[in-house]
Design a protein around this ligand. Structure first.
Ligand code: NIG
Ligand code: FE
Length: 450
């Protein structure tokens, strides 16, 4: 009998993803290999997964210092959201309603709204308030079962304001139990002072911002889109970032086709994202590469555009496909991976198995964190998403609410959304990380109830 910190037992279904390899991208039929254990259990020690199996097997071999009964819930790896923009100061609901009344997203942007209105907010905010907003956004991911994110700057668009954004991100990450990789996105838009001399802004990004800010980031991204950074300007940013040792990600082929996927593959990017207008050549290039195609159907839905990325063709061609929220104040104001699953199933015809793989191991690979997260192979971080669903087949099916009842980060329950439940649903042993911040109705136990 081995002693471990904690056992999670009696999961109605434990979705381990251990039917496939622990690391590397899953393509084609491998995107449908999960590994599902009925009445499953997980043994956790020092924040890592020690073993998964049936509750009988695990309780025979392991004794937990604490045991959490997850009867009735589906448990899977914490979601990995590999495309987010959480560093912003203000929301943009006025613009949302302008679009609903018929205005076009790119036309709003060209008139100084859109990304530039977020830029105004970030430039005006002081570091503390930007950090506070970012902290709130990070907790929002955890509340939706997301335990690892990629987080971009990109609403500063000057050396100082991009630096402030990356500082706010670093400070916020120190306050919230979520794992992240940071992306410098100075090439998100042309700021007003450079709109008439765009090449000078590209030069500023490549020659001043990137060298100064590369130590604060893991990756560099660029919004490669007609009317924003053209192919040649995007290529310059990507080459400069690569020379500084940053991994590359590309906003590619979102609204108009521009060969963005091909550009990303040529530069050996870790991911190319959006892809509503990916070409056949782009699909072929992606399929023959390790660049992950990150689909952001929340954006197409929220902008009410007709062209969802061709997920079926991409999966059948052998592309490694991931899904992400694209959480941002303009084009996709959601942190609900479950909602993304619904849109991916209904609009892009992905299966339940595929959306699970696309929001766990494949995005983890795009962040090169697949040796740590994205599946429940022993040795990986004990990051779990606990869902109030009848089976894993219900991902995407149950829509509009938040099916996540608990998020576990590094073996510790970080968030419990159980307002509809008995307050002691998870037993007296539950200690959530910071009940003050989480504002959870769960009784965390202990004499003083704190
Ligand atoms: O991924 N496309 C560019 N960037 C973001 C949206 C930015 C915004 O509208 O604030 C995106 O959709
Ligand atoms: Fe984006």
């Amino acid at each position: 009998m081995q002693k471990v910190d904690r056992l999670f037992v009696h999961c109605r279904e434990l979705v381990t993803l251990t039917d496939g390899p622990a690391t590397g991208p899953r393509r084609g039929a491998a995107m449908r290999q999960l590994g599902v254990i009925a009445d499953g259990a997980v043994a956790v020690h020092d924040g890592r997964i020690v073993a998964v199996g049936t509750t009988d097997e695990i309780t025979r071999d392991y004794e937990g210092g604490e045991e959490l009964d997850l009867s009735g819930f589906v448990v899977m790896p914490g979601f990995v959201d590999c495309h987010t923009h959480p560093v912003f100061a203000r929301t943009r609901e006025a613009e949302f309603h302008m679009r609903c009344a018929g205005a076009d997203y790119m036309a709003i942007a060209a008139a100084g709204g859109g990304i530039l209105s977020s830029m105004q907010g970030v430039r005006e905010a002081d570091l503390d308030s930007l950090t506070t907003r970012t902290v709130e956004h990070l907790w929002g991911f955890l509340q939706h079962g997301i335990t690892t994110i990629e987080a971009k700057s990109g609403y500063g668009l000057s050396l100082d304001a991009e630096k402030k954004s990356l500082e706010a991100l670093a400070d916020a990450l120190g306050q919230v139990p979520i794992q992240a990789r940071r992306t410098f996105l100075g090439a998100h838009e042309f700021p007003p002072e450079y709109r008439e001399r765009r090449d000078d802004y590209v030069k500023l990004v490549c020659e001043e911002m990137l060298p100064a800010l590369a130590p604060m980031a893991d990756y560099c991204d660029v919004f490669a889109e007609p009317g924003v950074f053209d192919r040649e300007q995007s290529a310059r940013v990507l080459s400069a970032a690569k020379a500084l040792g940053l991994g590359l990600r590309v906003h590619a082929d979102e609204i108009e086709p521009m060969g963005g996927a091909e550009l990303a593959v040529e530069h050996g990017a870790l991911s190319c994202d959006h892809l509503g207008r990916i070409s056949d050549a782009g699909i072929e290039a992606l399929a023959g590469s390790d660049t992950v195609g990150v689909l952001l159907p929340g954006t197409i839905f929220f902008l009410a555009k007709p062209h969802y990325a061709p997920a079926r063709r991409m999966i059948e061609a052998g592309c490694a496909v991931a899904l992400a929220t694209d959480f941002n104040p303009g084009s996709s104001h959601t942190q609900s991976m479950s909602m993304i699953h619904t849109i991916a199933c209904t609009q892009m015809k992905m299966s339940a198995e595929e959306v699970i793989v696309a929001s766990t191991i494949n995005p983890a690979f795009s962040l090169r964190l697949d040796d740590e997260v994205g599946s429940l192979h022993p040795g990986k971080r004990a990051d779990l998403c606990v869902l109030d669903l009848p089976s894993h087949q219900a991902v995407g099916y149950a829509f509009g609410g938040n099916p996540v009842v608990m998020t576990v980060k590094d073996g510790v329950p970080a968030v419990a959304n159980v307002s509809e439940r008995e307050p002691d649903w998870f037993g007296d042993d539950l200690e959530i990380v910071d009940p003050e911040i989480v504002d959870s109705p769960v009784d965390p136990g202990g004499e003083d109830g704190a």
